[in-house]
Design a protein around this ligand. Structure first.
Ligand code: NAD
Length: 247
């Protein structure tokens, strides 16, 4: 076991309030590509489909791509060992909170309970006219756009589009967790998406130790990261848990 893994395990074991913060990278081993990078979704699709103004003016076209990306595709994905290890760490009392930028529901599927979905979720849809909510698997996507059964308004996925604000409750709980964390575990995120990218900085300003897991350097690595564990989250996290059980 390498020195950094042992150091990270020791920090997590004695932490009073450890928080995990995850990005698209944690779901790559579940078969969901990230947005950025060579194989990222934005190399194949135009991000404009997730712009809120575009959605309102080109609803059908936006929905065609959204359906393909987030419903035909995401729906079939299952948690990988990175998700299940974080759920196990919560059960052991090591992790107190999990903030995710992801909308794929895989942390909850893996058994994590205290999950703050900073960008919302694909699991529900909301009517843009009357605000009614729907469980996504119950919505028929064979005719697009899907419409509200109550008022005929257009349904929109319950995750945030470019140009929309962070869901207030998730924003508040996430900031609070970042402020009170003594260890902040950053996994699979470039740190390019604002304001989510500020959360590790907030934790650092409040004296948290930053442990980072990523296959490559992120915006954090050479600036605020204290311990960098380089590699795939689905391999590194089980190793880290193993180390926690040994230190
Ligand atoms: P990103 O696409 O900008 O970056 C992904 C990061 O993950 C990169 O730093 C990359 O090096 C790293 N990575 C790739 N494979 C990895 C692995 N196996 N283990 C560890 N790290 C790995 O993602 P982002 O910074 O999270 O921001 C993009 C936004 O897109 C987020 O807000 C997120 O909501 C959204 N998004 C979500 C999903 C999802 O729900 N699964 C998928 C794509 C994008």
């Amino acid at each position: 076991m390498d020195k950094n893994t042992i150091k990270a395990a020791e920090l997590l074991k004695k932490a009073k309030f450890a928080t995990a913060f995850t990005g698209a990278g944690i779901s790559v081993e579940s078969g969901i590509p990230p947005f950025r990078g060579n194989d990222g979704l934005w190399s194949k699709y135009d991000p404009v489909v997730l712009d809120i103004n575009y959605f309102h003016t080109n609803t059908k076209d936006a929905w065609r791509v959204i359906k393909k990306l987030f419903y035909d595709f995401f729906g079939k994905a299952n948690p990988n060992p990175a998700h299940t290890t974080l759920a196990e760490m919560e059960k052991m009392g090591i992790l107190k909170a999990l903030i995710t930028q992801n909308i794929d529901n895989l942390h909850q599927k893996a058994g994590s309970k205290e999950v703050y979905e900073y960008h919302g979720t694909a699991q529900t849809m909301v009517c843009t006219k009357c605000g009614a909510k729907y469980h996504s698997p119950d919505v028929d996507l064979s005719i697009l756009p899907p419409l509200c059964k109550k008022c005929n308004g257009v349904l929109k996925p319950d995750f945030i589009f470019f140009g929309e604000g962070i869901p207030p409750e998730a924003a508040q709980k996430s900031s609070h967790a970042a402020e009170r964390s003594d260890v902040f575990l950053v996994i699979g995120t470039t740190g390019e998406v604002m304001p989510a990218s500020m959360l590790p900085q907030i934790a650092k300003q409040n004296s948290a130790k930053i442990i980072e897991i990523n296959v490559e350097n992120s915006n954090y690595t050479n600036h605020i990261t204290d311990i960098f564990l380089q590699g795939k989250a689905g391999e590194i996290l089980p190793e880290l848990l193993n180390a926690i059980n040994q230190v």
